[in-house]
Design a protein around this ligand. Structure first.
Ligand SMILES: *[C@@H]1O[C@H](CO)[C@@H](O)[C@H](O)[C@H]1NC(C)=O
Ligand SMILES: *[C@@H]1O[C@H](CO)[C@@H](O)[C@H](O)[C@H]1NC(C)=O
Length: 146
């Protein structure tokens, strides 16, 4: 790789990852420090069809938990609609499991924007639940599908 390519790569990575604003909707079993979405240049992040988006969340659990489960809803005009995603965070989201209270970790996820999604603005509500069904993370971010 030439130095020019390397520079373009570095600039692209820096420009396209965004630390986004989010609403904490009740992370009782954990603490969210920051959420990054890549690529996203302005908020609300716009998801384009046939594109992969990655989400990285810096968090610390307050509890020990063997498992963690994703539970996702798209809130469309105020109505939460279940959104299917792979459930097991230990297998799919690069979390260190079992989850240990006080350990700072990064949760990773890739979302594929299907061309079948309606082209609307919505709020994504994402929960990661511990063994007891309590939220280690609960966050809401607005998204535009385009
Ligand atoms: C999106 O990611 C999936 C899984 O890694 C991959 O198979 C697919 O080719 C990617 N699609 C695009 C358009 O990048
Ligand atoms: C996560 O955020 C905390 C608090 O801002 C910071 O101290 C820590 O270095 C971050 N962890 C990672 C892996 O980025």
């Amino acid at each position: 790789m030439t130095w020019k390519c390397a520079l373009v790569l570095i600039v692209a990575t820096v420009c396209f990852a965004k630390t986004v604003n989010y609403k904490d909707c009740g992370s009782v079993s954990g603490t969210i420090y920051s959420i990054d979405v890549t690529p996203c240049d302005v908020e609300p992040c716009t998801l384009h069809a046939n594109t992969n988006y990655s989400v990285h969340i810096n968090f610390t659990s307050k509890v020990n938990s063997k498992t963690a489960k994703n539970l996702v809803h798209g809130i469309i005009a105020g109505v939460p609609v279940p959104f299917p995603v792979p459930v097991d965070c230990c297998e799919n989201n690069n979390m260190r499991c079992p989850i240990v209270a006080g350990y700072n970790d990064i949760y990773s996820n890739t979302i594929f924007c299907s061309p079948d999604y309606p082209k609307i603005r919505l709020v994504m509500k994402w929960e990661v639940q511990d063994d007891n069904g309590l939220d280690i993370m609960c966050y809401e971010i607005p998204l535009q599908i385009s």
